[in-house]
Design a protein around this ligand. Structure first.
Ligand SMILES: Cc1cc2nc3c(=O)[nH]c(=O)nc-3n(C[C@H](O)[C@H](O)[C@H](O)COP(=O)(O)OP(=O)(O)OC[C@H]3O[C@@H](n4cnc5c(N)ncnc54)[C@H](O)[C@@H]3O)c2cc1C
Length: 412
């Protein structure tokens, strides 16, 4: 059986960055990345944005070109899921029957898109949006599609809705909660995006429940709502979150449930196995110490760097400020911090001007910012979140005072 010094499971954002960071820190041992997709690591955010729109070819999505990896002696086993982990024996089983031994393992498997459970959920024309293959299937079907129902008013669903509307499709967004983005943002942001989508011709419906997917010969013909409304559609896109891909680790005895539990250095409860990215349930200081999973490029990359440092004997606890972005139409949303548990919300600017920010506070401290077409607020306000500054809400709402100035004033 072959043995490598570091086996990285999952060839996505976290896996790629872990290998990059290890080499940057001078790690000279052998590294193998085992991924179940056929591609070497590529960026996922464009999948619901420029790539779906046809504005960015796949080769521009690659996190690094193939030559980068061979120059750094990072080996790939692609198209090969890891199916079992023998933690005591320090080896993994790969789907083709191969076993691979390791000194240290980094589990960076992200998650699979959550599927609907109703009748018709697996009909042709029903798609998730997680991988290049998912989006290639959507793109291939689009010429025969006039109407699309997007299930889920989260960032991915809304981004897909924006692109498909621009491509001339008639799009309906269905959200079970009473507003879009309910899980991640304050109400003013939800209402702003609902209004924007409606202004672009998207039929946004909130507080709706799906009964089943209607089909003809196993191909979707639309969505039947619980209230009896039928929405005809040739395509249904499901964006209702992910299920962390941790089954082999949990079966091997790792602690976890919704993801795999990790400590401040991203160590799992199993010997010499770290976990990072979307699948890693960690205590996050920016979430008031709650145990959460973050689904963002920032988190995958920063946790990868935390693990690389730990492997190199320079362990530092993970303490990176969360940030995220979303592009819809000509709107660039940038967020910093986590608004979980906010008790006060300050509007900075006017949504009607399509450039504004929401400042979230908890017990008087600034904990997060959502900035729409407001790069200056995002850049200047970052320090407020990092330091959890206590700032007069009236000052935060005054657009004449840059957030950078407030950060300096209150720090001094
Ligand atoms: C459409 C879309 C848009 C997004 N937009 C944004 C955005 O605008 N901003 C942002 O910050 N984040 C965005 N995200 C989230 C971001 O892409 C993820 O947070 C990030 O990819 C997480 O990295 P990861 O390494 O944890 O997982 P991934 O990048 O998903 O990589 C995990 C890899 O492991 C593979 N794998 C799973 N199980 C196994 C196994 N058993 N064996 C081998 N391989 C396995 C998976 O197939 C995948 O290739 C978006 C995600 C999607 C899907």
């Amino acid at each position: 059986m072959e043995r490598v010094d570091v086996a990285i499971v999952g060839a996505g954002h976290g896996g790629a960055q872990a290998a990059i960071a290890l080499r940057q820190h001078g790690f000279t041992g052998s590294i193998t990345i085992i991924g179940d997709e056929p591609e070497i690591p590529y960026e996922r955010p464009p999948l619901s944005k420029d790539y779906l729109a046809g504005d960015k070819p796949f080769d521009r999505l690659l996190i690094r070109p193939a030559a980068f990896w061979s120059e750094r002696n990072v080996r790939f086993l692609t198209g090969q899921p890891v199916v079992a982990v023998d933690a005591a024996g320090h080896q993994v089983a790969i789907a083709d029957g191969q076993m691979l031994g390791y000194g240290t393992m980094i589990w960076a498997t992200g998650g699979a898109p959550r599927r609907l459970s109703c009748a018709g959920h697996d009909a042709a024309g029903v798609h998730g949006v997680r991988s290049r293959a998912d989006v290639d299937r959507i793109i291939a079907e689009l010429p025969g599609v006039e109407r699309v129902v997007v299930v889920g008013g989260g960032y991915i669903g809304l981004e897909a809705a924006a692109v498909l509307t621009k491509l001339g499709k008639h799009v309906t967004v269905l959200e079970a909660q009473n507003r879009v983005l309910a899980r991640v943002a304050g109400e003013p942001l939800s209402r702003f995006y609902e209004a924007e989508h409606r202004a672009h011709g998207v039929d946004v419906r909130v507080s709706v429940s799906i009964d089943y997917i209607t089909t003809d010969n196993d191909r979707t013909t639309g969505v039947m709502l619980v209230d009896g409304t039928h929405l005809p559609a040739e395509m249904v896109i499901v964006g209702i979150g992910i299920i962390p891909a941790v089954a082999p680790l949990i079966a091997a005895g790792a602690q976890g449930g919704n993801g795999v539990a990790v400590d401040a250095q991203c160590r799992t409860s199993l010997p010499d196995i770290f976990a990072i990215g979307d699948c890693a349930a960690h205590v996050n200081a920016f979430a008031d110490g709650a145990t959460i999973r973050l689904e963002s490029v920032q988190n995958a990359n920063d946790q990868a760097s935390t693990v690389a440092r730990a492997i190199m004997g320079q362990a530092e606890p993970y303490h990176a400020v969360p940030w995220f972005w979303s592009n819809q139409y000509d709107l660039k949303l940038q967020t910093v911090g986590l608004s979980i548990g906010y008790d006060q919300l300050v509007m900075r600017g006017d949504p009607a001007a399509r450039s504004f920010s929401l400042v979230y506070l908890r017990r008087g401290r600034v904990i997060a910012l959502d900035c729409v077409n407001a790069v200056k607020d995002y850049v200047g306000g970052r320090a407020l979140v990092v330091q959890g500054m206590v700032i007069d809400p009236a000052a935060l709402g005054d657009v004449e005072t840059p957030l950078k100035t407030l950060a300096l004033e209150y720090a001094g």
